[in-house]
Design a protein around this ligand. Structure first.
Ligand code: ADP
Ligand code: MG
Length: 348
């Protein structure tokens, strides 16, 4: 049997966990990343450090591998397209193109008759001043945001004087949802109507960064069903292959909205490594490498805490119980707001 060498673009913790899952399935991994300190280099078989636009590096990468996936969605579309002409990229880069931009992403979701927050394109200060009915709201850069980066809360009209609009950028202005809860649904699609779906996960954010996740989510049955249904529909419409996450808001009236789609494995799904027979990472590898789809089952309820910045220091020499699992992403430097590790507890 020939061994598959899977290329992964991006070398953060998601890359590490994908490479670890691949190893278990006897699949070799080569990671291509523009950070020479990328933590995933210690988990993969081969590591290529280079700029994502560098044709020589792209050639070196594509020469080594059979097919490609990625751990983050903000890779330049042109790079993904170019790589896809040489070796197949899954999920398809055209999906990334839609999701990379918060406006085209929300337009796509609404076309499926699935509700998102109320939103509007902003190009300049005047556009913002014409949007008083969106206040209180959040102004976000349309591209390249993550973990709350590139977001500005606008609580009142007065805040409009403070915000700076870069005229070379596009923004989206979203009406603030009166949040009761946030949940996410992770689905791995193997082909038409062929998927494994995890139950909704309840998430809590601090300063717009995910802090806690748990299953089961404390939600009504209709939200449970609807969030899964919508995630299936989204993955089906995108003709998606691999693991995808849909983030949802539930407001105080129990209305469900899609917040955003992550075309990749997701932080809220880290608990699946321990709570399920097959993790979101293993399912992703199975789907993109066209391996067998096995029935995914929950073994335990679980909760996860993200270790952000200095949080990690309290865990590094701690003793753990049998139902506790500590993951250290082995990043070279501890920085505030940086995801350094996570800690999962299985619950009976
Ligand atoms: P990112 O790409 O940084 O994850 P999100 O749009 O998911 O960006 O925003 C991060 C978090 O900020 C959300 O999970 C939520 O807690 C809060 N947030 C973002 N937009 C809204 C909104 N329109 N209403 C209420 N909360 C929001
Ligand atoms: Mg988000």
């Amino acid at each position: 049997m020939t061994v598959i060498n899977l290329g992964i673009i991006g070398g953060g913790q998601l890359g590490s966990m994908l490479a670890t899952a691949a190893k278990k399935l006897n699949i070799k991994t080569t990671i291509f990343c523009d950070d020479k300190n990328a933590p995933a280099q210690d988990f993969c078989d081969d590591f290529i450090f280079g700029n994502y636009q560098d044709s020589e590096k792209i050639k070196e990468f594509t020469d080594k591998i059979n097919l490609v996936t990625f751990e983050f969605e903000n890779i330049p579309f042109e790079t993904l397209k170019k790589i896809n002409e040489i070796k197949k990229v899954l999920p398809n880069p055209e999906i990334n193109k839609i999701i990379q931009n918060r406006l085209t992403e929300k337009d796509f979701v609404n076309r499926l008759n699935i509700q998102t927050t109320k939103y509007k394109l902003i190009r300049n200060k005047k556009d913002l001043e014409d949007s008083l009915d969106f206040i209180p709201g959040i102004l976000k850069t349309s591209t390249l945001g993550y973990d709350g980066k590139g977001q500005f809360k606008i609580n009142s009209k007065n805040d409009l004087d403070i915000v700076k609009i870069n005229l070379n950028k596009e923004y989206i202005f979203e009406k603030l949802v009166n949040l009761k809860k946030e949940i996410s649904v992770i689905i791995t699609r193997f082909g038409p109507q062929k998927y494994e779906i995890y139950e909704p996960i309840e998430n809590e954010h601090e300063h717009q960064i995910l802090k806690y996740s748990k299953i089961p989510a404390e939600i009504d049955q209709d939200i449970f069903e609807k969030s899964k249904e919508w995630s299936k529909k989204i993955s089906e419409e995108l003709d998606y292959i691999g693991t995808l996450c849909v983030e949802y808001f539930i407001d105080k009236n129990n209305t469900l909205y899609v917040n955003e789609i992550a075309p990749r494995v997701h932080n809220s799904g880290h608990l699946t490594i321990n709570s399920h027979n097959i993790s979101q990472f293993e399912n992703h590898i199975r789907a993109v490498c066209a391996l067998e789809k096995l029935e995914t089952k929950k073994l335990f309820n679980a909760k996860m805490i993200n270790l952000i910045g200095k949080d990690i220091l309290n865990y590094r020499d701690k003793k753990f119980n049998k139902n506790e699992f500590f993951f250290d992403y082995q990043k070279k430097e501890v920085k505030p707001k940086r995801k350094m590790g996570h800690f999962t507890t299985l619950i009976k």
